[in-house]
Design a protein around this ligand. Structure first.
Ligand SMILES: NC(=O)c1ccc[n+]([C@@H]2O[C@H](COP(=O)([O-])OP(=O)(O)OC[C@H]3O[C@@H](n4cnc5c(N)ncnc54)[C@H](O)[C@@H]3O)[C@@H](O)[C@H]2O)c1
Ligand SMILES: O=C(O)C[C@H](O)C(=O)O
Length: 333
């Protein structure tokens, strides 16, 4: 066998590294699932001060996994240390919503996390930094981080809607009794929230138009509700939010951006900073149909948007605008 040639190590900073998603994600990154078998990774584990000890415990376990691809593990509560020279920032740690909490308190709590993290990214991350926000409200947290990182190109900021995308693909595959690989061109539009619009108007199932196969009643009713409320259904069923499927979606997002889609005619979904495409106001972090092009996400242009889709997209965008107005009013952006 040819000896393996390793590439330059990637530096990945994960915030919320002692949390549940972190625990599920880190070992898969260490095993090469995100960057492939030839790219070593330096893991920077960023945590809140009170969870640094727990993160150090996870770091001990990572060491014990003895992965040949791990080129270093560091634990810190200081974003400036964590993001120094980082190529990838995966921002999971966020202020959770607790019972009786006002929306402004939630946004303020998240502003206190994502504002300083954005500043640190701006000042110390590598020139090719890519930021993926998972911590909720993910779209608006990404907007806050981006607002505090004016020197980082706008297209480097994304918020995860790949989990919603994967959920939509799986629901359509189950409904039509095909393998998920037969499902193409599903889109998640808007916010990673219950207002999102999972859209199969352009989707195909084994090459046939999906809408013809499943009918508009299901596509506009049960399908949208099931996908948009899946996060809540999982919280109810397992007593905690999605963890392993979120880690899978994070890996899918980063891997596809780096290595391309398995079918280049297909697309996927991610939330990114709107350039005004499809009538979404500029600057909102909105989920779109996207393809990876030269290591960046490009919005798929030119799709016909019918009246039903327009109404659904506009409703989710209205929620994003409300969130933007709220963080503006709080002086967070
Ligand atoms: N976008 C999505 O598709 C999606 C899916 C699932 C979960 N989520 C969100 O992901 C977030 C985390 O989920 P989890 O299950 O891992 O939660 P968790 O509570 O198990 O872990 C969160 C971790 O973040 C840490 N943290 C808090 N403030 C921090 C800060 N300032 N810097 C660094 N770390 C900090 C906490 O100490 C904790 O260890 C939640 O906001 C959840 O709603 C998003
Ligand atoms: O953490 C949540 O509130 C739900 C999560 O965003 C999900 O989509 O599963």
């Amino acid at each position: 066998m040819e000896p393996t040639t390793l590439t330059k190590p990637a530096t990945l900073t994960l915030s919320g590294a002692a949390g549940q998603i972190g625990y599920s994600l880190l070992f898969r990154v260490a095993a090469g699932e995100m960057f492939g078998p030839n790219t070593p990774v330096r893991l920077r584990m960023l945590e809140a001060p009170q969870a640094v000890r727990a993160a150090a415990g996870v770091a001990m376990e990572l060491q014990d996994a003895a992965s040949p691809l791990v080129a270093g593990i560091e634990v810190t509560a200081d974003p400036r240390v964590a993001f120094e020279g980082a190529n990838h920032a995966i921002l999971v740690g966020a202020r959770p919503r607790t019972a009786g909490m006002e929306r402004s308190d939630l946004l303020e709590g998240n502003g206190a996390i994502f504002g300083p993290q954005g500043e640190a990214l701006n000042d110390v991350a590598a020139d090719d930094i890519r930021v993926l926000v998972i911590g909720n409200p993910a779209n608006t947290n990404a907007m806050i981080a981006a607002a505090h990182a004016p020197d980082v190109p706008r297209d480097r900021f994304t918020a995860l809607t790949r989990l919603d995308h994967n959920r939509a693909v799986a629901q359509l595959a189950a409904r039509t009794s095909v393998n998920v690989r037969e499902i193409k061109r599903v889109t998640i539009w808007g916010n990673h929230s219950r207002t999102q619009y999972p859209d199969i108007r352009h989707a195909t199932v084994a090459g046939r138009p999906a809408l013809e196969m499943v009918g508009t009643e299901w596509a506009e009713g049960v399908f949208i509700e099931t996908v948009a409320q899946r996060g809540g259904a999982i919280i109810e069923a397992r007593g905690g939010s999605s963890v392993a499927s979120t880690a899978t979606a994070i890996i899918d997002h980063v891997r596809d951006r780096r290595f391309g889609l398995s079918d280049p005619e297909d697309w996927t979904s991610t939330a990114l900073i709107s350039d005004g495409s499809y009538g979404v106001p500029e600057g909102l972090v909105c989920s779109y149909p996207v393809r990876p092009v030269d290591g960046r996400w490009e919005i798929v242009q030119g799709l016909a948007i019918d009246e039903f889709s327009r109404t659904k997209i506009d409703a989710s965008v209205a929620e994003l605008e409300e969130e933007r107005a709220a963080v503006q009013a709080l002086g967070l952006i």
